[in-house]
Design a protein around this ligand. Structure first.
Ligand SMILES: C[S@@+](CC[C@H](N)C(=O)[O-])C[C@H]1O[C@@H](n2cnc3c(N)ncnc32)[C@H](O)[C@@H]1O
Ligand SMILES: [Zn+2]
Length: 145
């Protein structure tokens, strides 16, 4: 059987195909779309959204997670998905070391109507983590740190 002309043929092309189709059904794609422009103006390199937002939302929902912790808030994409997926009773706390990223993320949370349920904890993970009290239902630390 001949391969369709637009069939991805390399691992990189498969990755691009997955990202494209995942974003088409991503309710926070407009937030994810802002990251590249931010990196260009801020001059940072380490803030980018993974194309797994709906999976994070599903994890929050299926775990019935009421309290979620994230290390590395970035511009808020993944925290939005956790809060949305968890539903009205879910609170997300997200640690972020860069004040500019934290401020942009907070604006995103407010704009999406989720500002009351997502809190940014300012500082380095290594500093903030030992100060946290009680337990979390879900903790997320994206790869690479
Ligand atoms: C790849 S982005 C995180 C993506 C984020 N989950 C999102 O969806 O936008 C990395 C972020 O983690 C922050 N970061 C990296 N190392 C950190 C650390 N040790 N403590 C706190 N924040 C950290 C960076 O400043 C950056 O904003
Ligand atoms: Zn930045």
């Amino acid at each position: 059987m001949p391969m369709p002309p637009d069939e991805p043929k390399s691992p990189e092309q498969v990755q691009q195909w997955i990202e494209k189709h995942a974003r088409e059904h991503d309710r926070f794609a407009h937030v994810a779309a802002k990251y590249a422009g931010h990196r260009a103006t801020h001059g940072c390199y380490d803030v980018y959204p993974y194309p797994n937002g709906s999976l994070l939302g599903t994890l929050a929902a299926t775990h019935r997670a009421q309290r979620i912790l994230e290390v590395g808030c970035g511009l808020g994409y993944s925290a939005l998905w956790f809060a949305y997926g968890g539903g009205p009773g879910t609170v997300v706390e997200s640690i972020e070391r860069d004040p500019e990223h934290a401020a942009i993320a907070i604006d995103h949370f407010k704009a999406e109507g989720l500002g009351e349920r997502i809190k940014v904890l300012a500082g380095l993970g290594a500093t903030v983590l030992p100060t946290l009290k009680d337990t979390y239902d879900l903790a997320y630390n994206p790869p690479a740190y």
